[in-house]
Design a protein around this ligand. Sequence first.
Ligand SMILES: *[C@@H]1O[C@H](CO)[C@@H](O)[C@H](O)[C@H]1NC(C)=O
Ligand SMILES: *[C@@H]1O[C@H](CO)[C@@H](O)[C@H](O)[C@H]1NC(C)=O
Ligand SMILES: *[C@@H]1O[C@H](CO)[C@@H](O)[C@H](O)[C@H]1NC(C)=O
Ligand SMILES: *[C@@H]1O[C@H](CO)[C@@H](O)[C@H](O)[C@H]1NC(C)=O
Ligand SMILES: *[C@@H]1O[C@H](CO)[C@@H](O)[C@H](O)[C@H]1NC(C)=O
Ligand SMILES: *[C@@H]1O[C@H](CO)[C@@H](O)[C@H](O)[C@H]1NC(C)=O
Ligand SMILES: [Zn+2]
Length: 308
Amino acid sequence: MKWIGAVLAVCVLVPSAHCASDAIPWCYHLPTCNDVTWPTIATKFCNGSRQSPIDIVSASAHIDSKLTAFTFYNFSSNTSLKKIENTGKTVKVTFNSGVKISGGDLSEVYDSLQFHLHWGNGFSVPGSEHTVNGKRYPMELHIVNIKSSYNGNTTQAVADSTGLAALGFLIEEMEGNATGQPASWFTLSSYLSSISNGGESVSVKAGISLDDLLPGVDRTKYFRYLGSLTTPSCNEAVVWTVFKETVKVSRDVINMFSKITHISNSTSPIIINNYRNLQPAQRVTTTSSTSKTCASLGLLALSLLLRT
Ligand SMILES: *[C@@H]1O[C@H](CO)[C@@H](O)[C@H](O)[C@H]1NC(C)=O
Ligand SMILES: *[C@@H]1O[C@H](CO)[C@@H](O)[C@H](O)[C@H]1NC(C)=O
Ligand SMILES: *[C@@H]1O[C@H](CO)[C@@H](O)[C@H](O)[C@H]1NC(C)=O
Ligand SMILES: *[C@@H]1O[C@H](CO)[C@@H](O)[C@H](O)[C@H]1NC(C)=O
Ligand SMILES: *[C@@H]1O[C@H](CO)[C@@H](O)[C@H](O)[C@H]1NC(C)=O
Ligand SMILES: *[C@@H]1O[C@H](CO)[C@@H](O)[C@H](O)[C@H]1NC(C)=O
Ligand SMILES: [Zn+2]
């Protein structure tokens, strides 16, 4: 989850390729500013007690019947993606207004602001932020949403323990030898060459919807916990939802994300391994799973059989 508070405000006032790193000198790639140092760079929150990301242990997740389905507004719209940007830390896509979510035991409607990605180094060095049962996935997509009552004021949202809601989707390599799949992801990756330097952005042409980018994911199955932004200043303001099913993307498209975008200009390093290391466990809840129900029905049938 990308930091969206004061640094963003400073960057609006002082636009420059190096703005974000000038405001708070955090990074992923150097021992002097990587995530090990964040608790000393941003002491107020990064050393807190409900930090993200975490390893989700599915067997320890408590089933919660309040974790109902979400309603996704304008996720099917092929004109809701506005701008794609190389922030120097991630690739971020902002939304036009009107994209929002409700349900899923959220206390109110949340407006969707942007999504961004975390990755490793090609398909073989995984870089998701959350891990599930110890497994790290090649990439992770975060959709950032803000309580609609804050009207987009992130300063207020990060001061509220549930001010933001993040939707995490784990990206997995597609089976077989497909290339350029899904088409929506191929289209997304084709923008990277236009934003190869930090601070660059271009507008996104009509044609891809959020639904297109999230094919095959049953969005009624997810994990839930209360955590934080995964970048400085790590505000503990995030209701996390991590979906159980993965988005399948072909290997060539996954590889694109760790090949083209630089931290700043073309002589600076390529952005790789832009994920924060795991933080201490939190209480995780989960939607009830049908497979579990099937398994226990199976066991019940078996025990009835054995009894006769
Ligand atoms: C975090 O850092 C602050 C400032 O140094 C300190 O006051 C606080 O006790 C630390 N919290 C934890 C949980 O270590
Ligand atoms: C979102 O949906 C509303 C109607 O539900 C529509 O008026 C609006 O144009 C849509 N916005 C986008 C960005 O697609
Ligand atoms: C956001 O809210 C804070 C705190 O209430 C306020 O000081 C600030 O002016 C607001 N920012 C905007 C852009 O409205
Ligand atoms: C993928 O390509 C390899 C090498 O060309 C081939 O041996 C394999 O059968 C292919 N797999 C699938 C699922 O098509
Ligand atoms: C966007 O969606 C509309 C209606 O759903 C469709 O008519 C149009 O062809 C789509 N545009 C693109 C560029 O895919
Ligand atoms: C790239 O940035 C570095 C440091 O920010 C600077 O020293 C160098 O001159 C820049 N190179 C180009 C080609 O702009
Ligand atoms: Zn993120």
